[in-house]
Design a protein around this ligand. Sequence first.
Ligand code: AMP
Ligand code: MN
Ligand code: MN
Ligand code: MN
Length: 278
Amino acid sequence: MNADLHCHSTVSDGCLEPAAIVRRAYDNGVKLLALTDHDEMDGTAEAAREATALGMRVVPGVEISVTYREVTVHVVGLDVDPENLALRANLERVRSGREERARRMADALARAGLAGTFSGARRFARNPAMIGRAHFARHLVASGVMPDVRTVFDHFLAHGKPGFVPHHWADLEEAVDWIRGAGGIAVMAHPARYCRRLSGAALDRLFDVFTAAGGEGMEVVAGAHSPEEVQRFATLARRRGLLASAGSDFHEEGESPVDIGRCSPLPPDLEPVWSRLT
Ligand code: AMP
Ligand code: MN
Ligand code: MN
Ligand code: MN
């Protein structure tokens, strides 16, 4: 089963329109796709229309930005009802801080010697309400300051770097609650990405809180996971009885490490989250 349950369009910080994402997935052999833009579900209708035209399956999704003990974690909601009023209103509240945050990022970058990044990043944000770090990174690459997006994150935008500003997103329990309230399955996105700031017992605690709140799944296979990390999180999923998900987290060709539909397969003994999406 070629399932890709995590990717982004121009509705958040991806570079392809929702319909183009669906066509790329189709061309790459994907049988089940979830479009999971950050904190916004506006692309799901266009994705569904394109999928119907191609005869492939797409489930509506979202990737909610969460602040857990001052660490940003991402929770993917799969098969959420995009019309659910509570989820929509709550996501709007999560999004609403982005412009102010972007201005603070631009001020911080200016202090680090990089002027004019707000308007620069803004040109890369097709949906201005969703302006984020990827847009700043693309602007700094396009203007020749940095060789690639990854290097911009490493030098300026990652936690603790000069352009990083703290921001409070949703609480973990409430994000899971919104997803469940909209009929969806809550999946912990790319857990290996949190290991630098939440190690050992703290990562266990994150999963305790997540499952107690009703979280049911974990991305075992993710674009950001090495083969060793896949094995490590497969063990964790087994131990906790979590449904296993797989997603490329594709944003843009040449920028994302894994293309849509090109994830490695899930370890065969895990229960795939798509067993619950039928
Ligand atoms: P934001 O929601 O504005 O904090 O931006 C988060 C987004 O930045 C992620 O969803 C990725 O698209 C991108 N991102 C985060 N870390 C990195 C990284 N190390 N390299 C490339 N892109 C990254
Ligand atoms: Mn992103
Ligand atoms: Mn993410
Ligand atoms: Mn993502």
